[in-house]
Design a protein around this ligand. Structure first.
Ligand SMILES: C[S@@+](CC[C@H](N)C(=O)[O-])C[C@H]1O[C@@H](n2cnc3c(N)ncnc32)[C@H](O)[C@@H]1O
Length: 189
């Protein structure tokens, strides 16, 4: 299924907005354990839920999304947080200027090679990237709407070191029941 068709099939209800901040919480804990300080950028931040969490946790943070309506909504909902309209395939930041990235529920909508090259370029040396990649999305009837080979993810991220990895399934119920098989990576440049 093409990315746009996939987006449209599950757009109604915008189920990702109802996700908890669980993943942001675990990344914040990881960064704390690394004594990380610096700028953390949420790529494809949508409604800004996770940026608001990082901000409240005292983390210097901002969100970028290529959709002006998303960024407008995020700014209205979280006026004390920083947001920017930008495309993750052409990130408007200098080389090695970002300490850490967070990217969930996004990479299957973009050109992953271009996005990962941009993340790598703009990350400072030893900077971190928390990444969720869908390996499969299966609808309620068992039809596979999306598939990416796990090996393909490792080749896309081969210029990073893998610090942590886990695979899990998440069942979303809106707009219809569907199951994501997700590869979660914490990477270091
Ligand atoms: C499914 S939503 C996930 C939003 C948020 N990360 C979350 O988990 O709630 C995907 C987001 O990626 C954004 N997006 C898609 N392509 C993008 C690109 N090339 N650059 C930046 N953001 C992009 C969309 O506008 C949308 O807000």
């Amino acid at each position: 299924m093409q990315e746009q068709q996939l987006f449209d099939k599950y757009l109604e209800g915008r189920h990702w907005e109802q996700h908890p901040t669980t993943y942001a919480e675990s990344y914040a804990q990881f960064l704390k354990e690394q004594s990380f300080f610096g700028l953390l950028v949420d790529i494809g931040c949508g409604s800004g839920r996770d940026v608001a969490f990082f901000h409240q946790a005292g983390q210097d943070s901002m969100g970028i999304d290529y959709s002006l309506p998303e960024i407008s909504k995020a700014k209205t909902a979280h006026p004390s947080c920083n947001f920017l309209v930008a495309n993750c395939e052409e990130i408007p930041f200098r080389d090695r200027s970002v300490g850490a990235y967070f990217m969930i529920n996004v990479i299957h909508y973009v050109n992953p090679r271009r996005a990962l090259d941009e993340l790598h370029r703009t990350l400072q040396d030893d900077g971190y990237l928390f990444l969720h990649c869908n390996l499969d999305i299966t609808d309620k009837d068992g039809n596979n709407d999306y598939h990416r080979e796990e090996e393909g993810v490792y080749s896309l991220t081969s210029n990073f070191r893998i610090l942590k990895k886990r695979k899990f399934q998440r069942v979303d119920t809106t707009p219809t029941v569907h199951t994501h098989t997700i590869l979660e990576l914490i990477l270091q440049k």
